[in-house]
Design a protein around this ligand. Structure first.
Ligand code: NAP
Length: 253
C-alpha cells in the first residue's frame, strides 16, 4: 500500500451514510465506497438503488436501510432491528431538510420537522452508533453542518437553529469521546447544487446574488465534499470538534 493509500484508505471500514439517495449523501457514500469502505446507505424511502448501482459499478459494496429519521421515537427501535449487527466505523449524519418561510409565519409543524430531522435525529442516531465505537475505542462521526451554522440566513429560522446546534453538538460529543478514540467533526458545505437548493437556484435574482458573492464564482457540486469527508474519516485522529468549511470561499469574503 502506498503512503497516500495508508493515510486515506477506508479499506476494511464500514460507513453509515444517512440521506444517501441523492445530493451530498450520495456523493459521500460513493466516495467512501471508492476509497474501500463497505457502505450502509440510509434513506427514509425506497429510493437508494441508484446510489447502490453507482457503487456496484465502482466494484464497491453497499447495503440499504430504510429509517425515517424524522420519527425520533422509533430511531432506537429501528437501529436495534436493522443496524445493530453492523460494526460501524464511520457515521455520516448527512440527512437534512429545509423549509422556507418568513419567521413571523413559520409553522410549528415545519419547525418540528426540521429540528427533528436535522438535529434530534443526529443526537439519537449518534448515541446509538457511538456505543459500539466507544467500546472498541475507535470511530469517526461526521456531521453535515452548513454556512448557517455561522450565519443567520433568510426565511429559514428552523434550519439555522438546527445547523448552529449541529456544530455545537459536534463539539460536545467530541469533548466527551476524544479520549476514547472517537473523533467527531463536521463539514459545513457552502452553496451546493442539490435538491435542497433547487428553489433558490431557480430564483434568478437570488441565484445571481449568491454567485456574485462566491469567490470561486460557481455553485459547489456534491463531489466537492468528498475529499473533506474522506479526510475526516481517515487521517484525522487528532482533529476533534472541528467544523470544516467547504464553501468556495463564501465565508472568507
Ligand atoms: P438533498 O439533495 O435534499 O438530500 C437530502 C437527503 O436527506 C436525501 O437523501 C433525503 O432523502 C434524506 N432525508 C430527508 N429526510 C429524511 C428523513 N426523514 N429520514 C432519512 N433521510 C431523509 O440535500 P443535500 O443538499 O444533499 O443535503 C444534504 C445535507 O447537506 C443536509 O443536511 C443539508 O442541510 C446539508 N447542506 C446542504 C447544502 C447545499 O447547499 N445543498 C449546504 C449546506 C448544508 P429523499 O431524497 O428520499 O427525501
Amino acid at each position: 500500500m502506498s503512503f497516500l493509500q495508508s493515510m486515506f484508505s477506508l479499506s476494511g471500514k464500514t460507513a453509515l451514510v444517512t440521506g444517501a439517495s441523492t445530493g451530498i449523501g450520495q456523493s459521500i457514500a460513493v466516495g467512501y465506497a471508492r476509497a474501500g469502505a463497505e457502505v450502509i446507505l440510509l434513506g427514509h424511502r425506497d429510493n437508494l438503488q441508484e446510489t447502490a448501482d453507482i457503487i456496484e459499478q465502482a466494484d464497491g459494496v453497499s447495503h440499504q436501510v430504510i429509517i425515517d429519521l424524522s420519527q425520533i421515537d422509533s430511531i432506537k427501535e429501528k437501529y436495534d432491528a436493522l443496524l445493530s449487527d453492523y460494526q460501524i466505523d464511520i457515521l455520516v449524519n448527512n440527512a437534512g431538510i429545509i423549509r422556507r418561510q418568513q419567521a413571523v409565519d413559520y409553522s410549528q409543524h415545519d419547525w418540528n420537522d426540521v429540528i427533528n430531522t436535522n438535529l434530534n435525529a443526529v443526537f439519537v442516531l449518534t448515541q446509538e452508533v457511538s456505543k459500539n465505537m466507544l467500546k472498541r475505542k475507535q470511530g469517526k462521526v461526521i456531521n453535515i453542518a452548513s454556512l448557517l451554522s455561522f450565519q443567520g440566513g433568510v426565511f429559514v429560522p428552523a434550519y439555522t437553529a438546527s445547523k448552529h446546534a449541529v456544530s455545537g453538538l459536534t463539539k460536545a460529543f467530541a469533548n466527551e469521546w476524544a479520549s476514547a478514540g472517537v473523533q467527531v467533526n463536521a463539514i459545513a458545505p457552502g452553496y451546493i447544487a442539490t435538491n435542497n437548493t433547487q428553489a433558490i437556484r431557480e430564483d434568478t435574482e437570488r441565484n445571481e446574488s449568491i454567485l456574485s458573492r462566491i469567490p470561486t464564482g460557481r455553485w459547489g457540486q456534491p463531489d466537492d465534499l468528498v475529499g473533506a469527508a474522506i479526510f475526516l474519516a481517515s487521517a484525522s485522529d487528532y482533529v476533534n470538534g472541528h467544523t470544516l468549511v467547504v464553501d468556495g470561499g463564501w465565508l472568507a469574503r
